[in-house]
Design a binder for this molecule. Structure first.
Ligand code: PMP
Length: 527
């Protein structure tokens, strides 16, 4: 509920009201480890166990003491937070440290260059801008090459060394029954055909259920229609590939590909040849879809994507914004799936739950240094965030990677509990999915429930939020449905998660499952 105040409510009052309908518009006044605190009517703190984990930004815990201490030191020592266009050794150290870990996990020593940003969506935007800059430079080179070929064939025709024949015309898709002869007519037709392709906007590939941010360009790569459709006219479009359907890759390619027409002299004829047009700017993929409902990409489909992209020279952007930074037991969840990115995006826990920072990594083979001159942000690459991120990596890497092992082990313990609830409520729980501390529980659709309250919640599109409200008020548990799959509750707690906290969740989930099983919507907390 809204606190008593005389201030006008201007910071997203509508959203607050929507959250209020599920009892979720509570204020948290303090956060520590895996707990958020709110106040009851007497001003006493009520601890709430946090399974939403800042949607993935607090893997190391809220206000982790070592990180808070580092932040204090940085500010107390007068670190130059904003010193744009100067040497940033801390950013370089961070890039080197990220490379050391990425190299270890991927088994490669090819470097990845780092472009820092402020948010996850911004890292995605930097990656797609870079990919489009690269594609533009490849297009320019291709265009210049085609022009050179045209000029040299023109010279050969003028010297009488080659002629335009009906075979030539057939190759250009022109009327092959017409007499050959005029090279300029042919050249104009090829130019027209190629110009049409060169004028096409870039096209992205993304997976159905994919989530890559909500800024103007990145939201067009986010599958959720509600987020994406109102802004369609603002940016380049994506084709959404159904999950785990490799044959769809070939189908989309066949529909969207283009072939440029090139010329050469072959056995005294002018010959028209085909060149593949780089229609696809990049393929964005989450190794584990977060907002799409916690879906783990299979090794087989990952390998198909990799093969497909290599065959059409389309870079793969692996979006590890939610899955990365240790959550699944490794810095990169994709490394364990065998997926190798040409680009990676990381954010969330990179800032240790304190700083707002993100990074996109580009492997050397794809890197265009020109990008450094045209892309920047006032706040990116600042000393505060870089030093905090270095502390985060130090905490992850300490004691031979104890934090990764802890995330994997706590994830297993949590998963066992979720699976035991699922086994006891087979008619209610559809599936438990995920890896490490990135888990989801999908419930069966309740729109046919005998309980009016459950039916209405399901029909109103707020189903998962109503469950979350109940868990909050009756069990002091904070969780949320994923953004685009509202029947799936997410569990992304910090690695400090205790057995007692897991037991509390077990009780809460059994309660909501029993309410659904018994069609007893009247037992739901009113909020
Ligand atoms: N990509 C993925 C995979 C994400 O989960 C998110 C955030 N949920 C984003 C991008 C966008 O990050 P941000 O909210 O920091 O812009």
């Amino acid at each position: 509920a809204r606190p008593e105040t005389t201030e006008p409510e201007l910071a997203e009052p509508h959203l607050r009201a929507v959250l209020d309908t599920a009892g979720l518009a509570v204020e948290y006044v303090r956060a520590q480890d895996n707990t958020l605190f709110r106040l009851d009517e007497d001003g006493t703190e009520i601890p709430v166990t946090d399974f939403a984990g800042g949607y993935g930004s607090v893997l190391l815990g809220h206000n982790r003491p070592e990180i808070v201490e580092r932040a204090r030191e940085l500010l107390a020592s007068g670190t130059p937070v904003h010193a744009q266009f100067s040497s940033h050794p801390y950013a370089n150290r961070l890039a080197a440290e990220l490379n050391r870990i990425v190299g270890r996990e991927l088994g490669t020593d090819e470097p990845y260059f780092a472009i820092f940003g402020n948010s996850g969506a911004e890292a995605v935007e930097a990656a797609i801008k870079h990919a489009e800059m690269d594609r533009g430079m490849r297009l320019a080179a291709l265009r210049a090459e085609l022009a050179r070929h045209t000029a040299s064939v023109r010279a050969a025709v003028a010297a009488g060394e080659a002629e335009v024949t009906s075979r030539t015309l057939a190759g250009a898709g022109l009327d092959a029954t017409a007499p050959g002869g005029d090279f300029e007519t042919l050249a104009a037709e090829l130019e027209r055909h190629n110009a049409e392709l060169f004028a096409r906007p870039p096209l992205f590939l993304s997976l159905e259920g994919g989530f890559h941010g909500k800024l103007a360009a990145s939201v067009q790569l986010t599958h959720n229609e509600g987020y994406r459709a109102p802004f369609k006219a603002l940016a380049a479009q994506a084709r959404f590939v159904p999950r785990e359907r490799p044959e769809a890759l070939k189908e989309i390619w066949a529909e969207e590909r283009g072939t440029l027409r090139d010329v050469r002299v072959f056995e005294g004829h002018v010959e028209v040849t085909e060149r593949e047009f780089p229609a696809f700017c990049a393929f964005l993929v989450e190794p584990i879809q977060g907002e799409g409902g916690i879906h783990v990409l299979s090794e087989e489909f990952a390998a198909e994507i990799q093969r497909f992209c290599a065959s059409i020279a389309c870079p793969v952007i692996v979006d590890e914004i939610q899955s990365g930074m240790g959550r699944t037991g490794a810095l990169l969840a994709s490394a364990r799936i065998g997926l190798r990115g040409d680009y990676y995006t990381l954010a969330k826990t990179l800032g240790g739950g304190v700083a707002k920072t993100s990074v996109m990594l580009v492997r050397q083979a794809w890197y265009r240094e020109e990008f450094e001159i045209v892309h920047s942000s006032t706040f990116a690459k600042d000393s505060f965030s870089c030093h905090i991120a270095l502390k985060v990596l130090e905490l992850l890497e300490a004691d031979g990677g104890a934090a990764y092992r802890r995330a994997a082990e706590r994830g297993e313990a949590l998963r066992r509990t979720l699976e035991s609830v699922a086994a006891d409520f087979p008619g209610v729980v559809k599936e438990v999915r995920g890896r490490g501390l990135m888990l989801g529980v999908e419930f069966h659709d309740q729109s046919g429930s005998a309980s009016p309250a459950l039916r209405e919640a399901a029909a109103g599109g707020l189903f998962g939020y109503v469950l979350a409200g109940h868990l909050l008020h009756r069990h002091a548990i904070r969780t949320f449905p994923t953004a685009s799959a509202l029947n799936t509750l997410r569990f992304e707690p910090s690695l400090l998660l205790s057995d007692a906290e897991i037991a509390r969740l077990d009780g809460g989930l059994r309660d909501v499952c029993a309410i659904m099983r018994d069609a007893a919507g009247e037992r739901l907390a009113a909020g």
